[in-house]
Design a protein around this ligand. Structure first.
Ligand code: NOJ
Ligand code: CA
Ligand code: CA
Length: 722
């Protein structure tokens, strides 16, 4: 018995950190480009290193050890999530005149780039960050590996073992009969030449070797690579270039990661404005399956505050934008990034710093989770140029600035004011230069007022208790009396008034992740949860794993439903919350290509079907081989039917009164006119392609654990035998 206990104790000691899974909306993200942050180990700097830090296309020495060393600084800003640039092993050559210092040219998804450190360094970063209440989000790049026409020409390794490169892969490429797409490990359809339809997802983005995620080996390789980070304690991912992958594959990929932990995953969908003809509109309107970086919001803020523009127009655009989301508070707001010109490099105004402070404060008070780009707090800009790569200068550490104070104050307020984290969004007043918006969550409220025009007085309707309220940023006062607020506004000013009452009824503000299948853990955030109670999902009671007044962890039950979204309800002290939404998947899902013979069909087609996964319309692409197709996560071993629709994503869909049938037993499902004859009720095993190289990973822990278990068992047997 004692031996068994000793084994368990040892196991606990060597297990990877569990990862701090917190309610993301209460936190602020700090984005770091690892190479440009802090050099903690000079022995890993070469090759392609520029000690003078003048060539922006070479390595400058930053690494995981350096980032770990600077965690106290990051913590001093009040942020509690760090998004690190991609860490996987990159090509060992220059390509197109640049070294892969940025991390976006991967060659091995199971290894860490040697310029940045090792898996051990990553786990140490996670552990040290956790001690400071910070968790680590990893930038992951499953759309492409590295340049196909230079450098290492798309070379790919599986934990050090060569798999292929773009030219070798071309030789084995075949055309998929249903999609007309040339593919093997990679797609072989040239570069993206039109930014829509098939090329957008199945061609090379700026010459980067584009993965065929529907190949079973590629699918498991990319999933295993991401799981190495999860097992090492990452609390989430920023997924690169989601616009260029099938959403259905991403959904299945996310589900497999979520099955391990309630991660926070968001995507980069590069689009400067949500145009109704953009695929983005479709993504917002129907799927909403993952938060994204609010690039259009950033563009509008920079235009209005960095140049000229009406705050009233901004208020209307943003209200419309946020209305497209099921969980607008889970989208991510940012001002600066490694892809766009930094605000202070872009805004050509005498009062640029004041406007920067206003823009920063706005980014941190709108619906959504704020992202602070490294150096925003120290007014970091490059004198050498503007956009990529000049928006990535070496970090200057200074947390005593006004910008740092704004970041810290609003990050701290977000932890205690639920309206800032979860509140709704309503403009109270707007004109060209003044904007006031209110956010409410139960008994917590927030009133944000900004003025970029002349100083003056403002009276607003405000349903707060009579009294005097103090702005969190400057200490300015606002008097409320008889449903009216009286304020004095300075020029270029920003005020954040807040109120925190007691919440006596359960109120849900956040579900993380909000896409889930049975057995998955989800974290419910909000207020008034008391100390115990029950949670139902789609009317079925969920197993409670932990419960406090603001956070509940539950396991998603199996629900018999064909609906996309289920109600999540918290009950405590005889009161039930308003329902929150959960995007439900039936379970045991695989990413499947759904193909429809299209010889007698025309136009823009959609399908809707009798599974949760297909309950919202999914657009089909038309292939050159006479088929329509899409990709969706589908429950293995399940028969289903779909209805066909025609129309555009922003208009009404017209039913075509055509029913088609399918059965999921492989990664390709060709729909037929007649229901398939299903002979057995047991789910068939999914046919797998031989995995070329067994995924091992640099992480020795699984082996250590297995060895310890064996040792434990041997000890017990030996003890028993006496
Ligand atoms: C978007 C990233 O943010 C950018 O920096 C990168 O170069 C491209 N995706 C390609 O990976
Ligand atoms: Ca270094
Ligand atoms: Ca792609």
């Amino acid at each position: 018995m004692r031996a068994a206990l000793a084994v368990i104790l040892m196991l606990l000691l060597v297990l990877p950190p569990a990862g701090a899974h917190a309610v993301p909306e209460r936190n602020v993200v700090y984005q770091v480009m690892v190479d440009r942050f802090y050099d903690g180990n000079q022995s890993n700097n070469g090759p392609f290193y520029d000690p003078s830090k003048s060539n922006y296309r070479l390595y400058w020495g930053g690494d995981l050890e350096g980032l770990t060393e600077r965690l106290d600084y990051i913590q001093s800003l009040g942020v509690s999530m760090i998004w690190v640039s991609p860490l996987n092993d990159n090509i060992n050559r220059m390509a197109h005149g640049s070294a892969p210092y940025h991390g976006y040219w991967t060659r091995d998804y199971k290894r860490i780039e040697e310029h940045f450190g090792t898996w051990r360094d990553f786990r140490r970063l996670v552990k040290e960050a956790e001690k400071r209440g910070i968790c680590v989000i990893v930038d992951y790049v499953p759309n492409h590996s590295n340049p196909s026409t230079d450098g290492e020409f798309g070379s790919l390794y599986d934990n050090g073992t060569f798999v292929t490169d773009y030219y070798r892969d071309t030789k084995n490429a075949t055309v998929n009969p249903y999609t007309g797409i040339r593919k093997n490990v990679y797609h072989h359809n040239g570069n993206i030449f039109t930014w829509a339809g098939i090329p957008l997802k199945y061609a090379n983005l700026f010459g980067l070797a584009d993965f065929n995620q529907l190949d079973p080996w590629v699918d498991s390789y990319l999933t295993e690579g991401a799981l190495l980070f999860v097992n090492s304690g990452a609390c989430g991912f920023r997924i690169d270039a989601v616009k260029h992958m099938e959403l259905g594959w991403l959904e299945a990929f996310y589900l497999r990661l979520y099955s391990k932990a309630p991660l926070f995953i968001y995507g980069e969908y590069y689009s400067l404005s949500p145009d109704k003809t953009d695929d983005l509109y479709e993504l917002y309107r129907y799927s909403n399956v993952s938060p994204v970086l609010n690039i259009p919001v950033r563009e509008d803020i920079v235009r209005t505050l960095g140049f000229v523009g009406s705050l009233e127009t901004l208020s209307r655009t943003l209200e419309e934008y946020y209305s497209l989301f099921v969980y607008p508070n889970k989208e991510l707001n940012f001002l600066d990034s490694h892809d766009l010109v930094r605000f202070l490099n872009e805004a050509k105004r005498k009062d640029a710093i004041e406007r920067f402070h206003m823009a920063l404060a706005l980014t941190m008070t709108l619906p959504g989770i704020p992202v602070i780009y490294y150096g925003d707090e120290s007014y970091l800009v490059s004198g050498d140029g503007k956009g990529d790569p000049y928006n990535r200068p070496m970090m200057v550490f200074n947390n005593t600035t006004e910008a740092a104070r704004i970041i810290r104050t609003l990050a701290e307020l977000r932890k205690t004011n639920d309206a800032l984290a979860f509140g709704d969004f309503r403009t109270v007043y707007a004109n060209y230069s003044v904007w006031a918006f209110e956010r409410t969550f139960g008994s917590h409220g927030l009133l944000v007022v900004m003025n970029k025009g002349s100083p003056g007085n403002l009276t607003l309707p405000l349903d707060w208790e009579n009294g005097t309220y103090r702005d969190a940023l400057t200490g300015a006062e606002m008097r409320v009396s008889g449903g009216k607020a009286f304020l004095e506004l300075r020029h270029n000013s920003f005020y954040v008034f807040h109120v925190e009452g007691e919440q006596n009824e359960p109120l849900i503000g956040s579900v993380t992740p909000y896409t889930a299948e049975p057995g998955q853990r989800i974290l419910i955030g909000g207020a008034g949860f008391g100390s115990s109670g029950r949670v139902t999902i789609g009317g079925v009671e969920a197993r409670v794993l932990s419960w406090n007044s603001t956070e509940i962890l539950v396991e998603v039950p199996e629900v018999k439903t064909e609906n996309a979204w289920l109600d999540v309800v918290v009950e405590t002290g005889g009161k039930a919350s308003e329902p929150a939404k959960l995007r439900y998947y039936s379970g045991n899902d695989v990413p499947a290509l759904i193909a429809i013979n299209a010889t007698n069909l025309t136009g823009r087609l959609w399908i809707k079907g009798n599974l949760s996964e297909l309950a919202e319309p999914r657009p089909l692409l038309r292939s050159s081989t006479g088929y329509y197709f899409t990709v969706a996560p589908l429950p293995n071993g399940t028969a289903f039917s779909v209805e066909l629709y025609r129309g555009s994503s922003w208009g009404e869909l017209e039913p075509l009164n055509v029913t088609l049938y399918g059965f999921v037993n492989s990664m390709v499902v060709v729909l037929t006119d007649e229901p398939p004859i299903v002979e057995t009720e047991t789910a068939p095993a999914m046919p797998t392609t031989t995995i070329v190289h067994r995924p091992i990973g640099e992480n020795p822990l699984p082996y250590l654990l297995a060895a310890l278990l064996l040792l434990g068992a041997a000890l017990i047997i030996w003890k028993k035998r006496g």
